[in-house]
Design a protein around this ligand. Structure first.
Ligand SMILES: [Zn+2]
Ligand SMILES: [Zn+2]
Ligand SMILES: [Zn+2]
Length: 139
């Protein structure tokens, strides 16, 4: 899943490697699902780091495009590792269960869109999540 070593990613992004940055990166490369700051704090342990440092690290990683936000329509911000293979999610609005899907046709769609009359000539990124009820919740 992880294409580059964690400390290499930091180096390429011009970031010094600190214990917190390395462990946050490790969490992202291991968990192939959207996670929030609270989740990361739980895993790292509040004795090893603190809330402010984790939030600061997440903001910095996002700026450097190491991670990106996933809109799950929840109160807190969820992120995913940008190194993971490009994919999207289906989210159960009742229990929160998340399923991933890799079949993305949005790049084709945006090419088509740009070839038509549009005030845009470049698409840099996109987000796309589906919301519904899983089998268990729709009984
Ligand atoms: Zn995902
Ligand atoms: Zn459900
Ligand atoms: Zn896509």
């Amino acid at each position: 899943m992880c294409m580059k070593k964690d400390n290499e990613i930091l180096k390429l992004s011009g970031l010094k490697s600190t214990p917190t940055r390395l462990s946050v990166l490790e969490v992202f490369s291991q968990y192939c699902k959207p996670i929030n700051a609270e989740y990361i704090l739980d895993i790292l342990g509040k004795d090893k780091t603190d809330t402010v440092t984790v939030y600061r690290t997440l903001n910095m990683f996002e700026k450097k495009k190491i991670i990106h936000q996933v809109d799950l329509r929840k109160d807190s911000v969820y992120y995913e590792f940008s190194n993971h293979h490009h994919h999207h999610h289906i989210v159960c609005t009742k229990c929160g269960y998340i399923e991933r899907f890799d079949d993305c046709r949005i790049s084709e769609m945006s090419k088509e869109l740009l070839s038509k009359k549009s005030k845009f000539n470049i698409i840099q990124s996109h987000s796309f999540e589906l919301f519904g009820l899983c089998n268990k919740c729709n009984k």
